[in-house]
Write a protein that binds this ligand. Structure first.
Ligand SMILES: [Zn+2]
Length: 271
């Protein structure tokens, strides 16, 4: 039967996409950058590798308590969980860890790329994959400032490279009903507020640092340009206190389940 063609412990679904079954899969196996060239080549040649997820994030201020890598780390985690669920059909490319963040440059530590620079980096990663024979790419984003440029550019990437390239932010998983149900602030993604802090509590609590935080004392030194932005920053800080591990776990699970469905469609639709 069809299962004879699949890797040991994997099964072949009706669409020809292999699944890992119940076997443990080491995270390295879904990280393109931890694969060897032999592994990548053989997966491509055997038709086992059906698609690659390209995560896009940022390195930017995340208020007083969250590490600046949050957007990159969160989207990469979702991408990896999706790839593990679809193993061995899907690999994750190294994340683009600096995004388009000019709107946060008044707060110290933020790094930003010009729109053209950022889009060129994402395009050339997709182009590299296309040259190797990858037919399906999902650009999965974790930073708000990247959304509009990537949405606009994805159809052009598709035309130029002649392969199936799709784009989403991982929070496209969240309907207004889901956000109302799980977020007391009724806000997701927001910025370093209830949602992102909950995500970090569930996924990487070592990136949360409340010790030494004194918002009132820091206020005069934050350098925020407009009173509106300052009010929003303080609002997000207050909402972060509503975060919990359980909320993060629920929201991550929803994003991963949605992502698995979406990536199944993407690799099912292409060649
Ligand atoms: Zn963020």
């Amino acid at each position: 039967m069809a299962t004879l063609m699949a890797a040991p412990g994997a099964e072949l679904s009706a669409t020809g996409i292999t699944r890992a079954g119940d076997n443990y899969v080491h995270i390295r196996k879904v990280r393109l950058w931890e694969n060897t060239r032999r592994e990548f080549r053989e997966a491509l040649e055997g038709g086992v590798l059906r698609g690659v997820i390209v995560p896009t994030g940022s390195t930017e201020q995340h208020n007083e308590h969250l590490a600046m890598i949050h957007d990159t780390a969160s989207v990469t985690l979702v991408a990896e969980q999706v790839a593990l669920a679809l193993y061995p059909s899907v690999l994750v490319a190294p994340p683009v860890s600096v995004g388009i963040s000019p709107h946060w440059m008044d707060r110290k530590g933020t790094l930003t790329l010009r729109k053209e620079t950022f889009l060129n980096v994402v395009f050339e990663i997709c182009e590299s994959l296309q040259i190797h024979g990858v037919k399906n790419i999902w650009i999965l984003n974790g930073h708000g400032g990247n959304v509009a440029p990537l949405k606009e550019a994805t159809p052009q990437f598709r035309r130029k490279l002649g392969i199936n390239i799709q784009f989403n932010a991982y929070w496209d998983a969240y309907t207004p009903e889901i956000i109302r149900k799980y977020m007391e602030s009724n806000r997701a993604p927001g910025h370093a507020a209830e949602f992102e802090t909950s995500f970090a509590m569930a996924a990487f609590p070592e990136r949360i640092h409340w010790e030494g935080v004194d918002y009132e004392k820091a206020k005069p030194r934050l350098g925020i340009k407009t009173p509106e932005a300052a009010a929003e920053d303080e609002q997000f800080f207050k909402e972060a206190k509503l975060a919990s591990t359980a909320k993060g776990e629920a929201m991550i699970r929803i994003a991963v389940e949605w992502g698995v469905k979406r990536m199944r469609e993407i690799i099912g639709a292409g060649a």
